[in-house]
Design a protein around this ligand. Sequence first.
Ligand SMILES: *[C@@H]1O[C@H](CO)[C@@H](O)[C@H](O)[C@H]1NC(C)=O
Ligand SMILES: *[C@@H]1O[C@H](CO)[C@@H](O)[C@H](O)[C@H]1NC(C)=O
Ligand SMILES: *[C@@H]1O[C@H](CO)[C@@H](O)[C@H](O)[C@H]1NC(C)=O
Ligand SMILES: *[C@@H]1O[C@H](CO)[C@@H](O)[C@H](O)[C@H]1NC(C)=O
Ligand SMILES: [Zn+2]
Ligand SMILES: [Zn+2]
Length: 636
Amino acid sequence: MIASLSLILGTAAAVARAAQPGAVEPVAAPMRNLTWGQLNFLHTTDTHGWLGGHFQEPQYSADWGDYISFTHQMRKLADDKGSDLLLVDTGDRVEGNGLFDASTPKGLYQYDIYAQQDVDIICTGNHELYQHYSIEREHNTTLPNFKENYVASNLDYVDPETGNRSPMAQRFRRFKTKNQGLDIIAFGFIFDFIGNANNSAVQRVEDTVKEKWFLDVLKEKPDVFVVTGHVGLRMEEFEVIFKAMRQANWHTPIVFFGGHAHVRDARRFDSMSVALASGRYMETVGWMSVDGLKKTGDVETEASPTFTRTYIDNNVLGMYHHTGLDESSFHTDKGREVTKMIDSARKELELDRRFGCAPRDYWMSRARFNEDGNIYKLLMDEVFPDIIVNEDRRNESRLAIMNTGGIRFDIFKGAFTRDTTYIVSPFVSEFRYVPDVPYEIARRIIGILNDGSRIWASPLLQSEIFHVDNDVPPRPNKFMSAPEQQAHPELKRDAADNLVKKLLTSSAGLPPPEKPEYMAEPQRDGQTPLRSQPDLIAGYTTKDDFGDDGDDTVHEPLEFYYQANAFQSDINFPPNHKEKPETVDVVFIDFIQPWIIPALKFSGGDYSDKDVLKYMEGTFTSKLAEWVGENWQGDC
Ligand SMILES: *[C@@H]1O[C@H](CO)[C@@H](O)[C@H](O)[C@H]1NC(C)=O
Ligand SMILES: *[C@@H]1O[C@H](CO)[C@@H](O)[C@H](O)[C@H]1NC(C)=O
Ligand SMILES: *[C@@H]1O[C@H](CO)[C@@H](O)[C@H](O)[C@H]1NC(C)=O
Ligand SMILES: *[C@@H]1O[C@H](CO)[C@@H](O)[C@H](O)[C@H]1NC(C)=O
Ligand SMILES: [Zn+2]
Ligand SMILES: [Zn+2]
């Protein structure tokens, strides 16, 4: 209840100066307190290079240096209380922010900055594994940086020279906590990922849990098992691990830490096992406390653990609150030094170089698909008609199609910088086209792409092959969103072949809907807005297996709207709307080609990959940056 929440007053805000220079100031808000237990955890996941924090969102504006100060102060609190604190990270540290992507080679500054934090248990995400290069860096940089803290239960490194396969890191880690000497056994899993480069090898989780080493470890009697994994809490892999562990060992508490789904979530497996997922992009630091653990050597009593969880908004005001410190006492030398490292890396990379000023916010899911302020509407109505031009085909009518998943983040009012381009669209997608397609055929494509419920809902096209990093909120229709698809054309090819077969034999496949069927109503998570609080900042209002009091900051709920799979711009159509062109050029972003060709076939057009040509020079991202430079020249 609000009355019992302590309120940070605005005085701190005036002096809260850490984070990155140029980042917005955090805003005071009503806070919930952390509950400490015997054993406590701070959890980061899917940071995707956002070590500089969020420059335009006050509630997530702390940087990695602030997090280092925070963990230092929290470890001190743990020492004072005689409890223990462990830091966990569950992967996807790379790709998705200029700090990682803008350097040559990638991650030139990132690895060193990240390694300034002392993480106790660290594992690998799929984004560390797409590129040969990032696997090498994981092996020759992150691993030595974290040594015995790095755990790889089902991941091997494959030596590119010899082809020799060996564990990426130790399969599990056993250690005693600092203050209570709690006996911990930790694992580090990744979901059954198949899109990895060939200098790594992922073992299916269901196979790993049958291995002798794993079964042997389960015979041990630690005080607690900690299962870290780059696995969504509701994905099958954690289920498989939990069942295997409980079969072998009934009595030991298990704490899971997951990721990949980019959401705040907590799950109860049984009375002694819970799981936590801590969001994405350094928006969230997850907190988990466990109390009522049996002490090592205490053979008389059973453990009867209790668990609490909190999702901490990543800003310094919250950190001051949870540590009971203020601007003058909170920051450590190490923290400030790391803040400086990030700032100078950003300067080297010219991430603040401004292309223009966004006149307002443009949302991926906080605005309806067809509403002003929706990012796809901006692209459809304003950007595409300007940028989708091939001089030789300038006079042809054309349809330009892109998937909504090709956009990774919102655009905020204010400076649109080099950094923004990496954040909004880190992909290197180009435009291709099929010339002179009869309009009667071409016009059906978008409906097919957006018919998520039927054709594209095939498990093959969804989870089996395209393990996407879901954005918040989950979008059921979203079938192509992550770089996975770009990295693995051959997988798309298989999926597409299968799809064609399915389409051609399916009786369900009659006229596709003309209009995308996306939902127009907000997908509220059900919490009632706290209107009585005057200036709540909009943010996560999480509901999980523990209830709805998990967010450390009381937020005004965000509106989330489901979005279509793909969007389309009609360009250079006859001015008289009743008149339709005979033929059009079908222009599309390259990585949806495996869906475009079947959709054309399905609409009665006999086209194949041979009919596809390059449409124009430049990537979507570079064209967007040019467009911003020409069209958003206001002040900010
Ligand atoms: C939170 O902790 C602070 C400091 O210990 C205390 O003053 C405040 O009353 C607590 N708030 C709640 C809601 O328990
Ligand atoms: C690590 O691997 C990368 C990519 O192959 C390479 O460029 C770099 O020199 C290696 N670093 C070390 C310390 O071996
Ligand atoms: C691994 O992939 C690289 C580049 O894709 C290729 O050159 C190499 O031959 C592959 N190695 C093996 C063992 O398949
Ligand atoms: C497009 O139309 C204009 C005006 O009718 C004409 O001058 C131009 O040559 C045409 N361009 C092409 C590439 O056909
Ligand atoms: Zn991720
Ligand atoms: Zn992931």
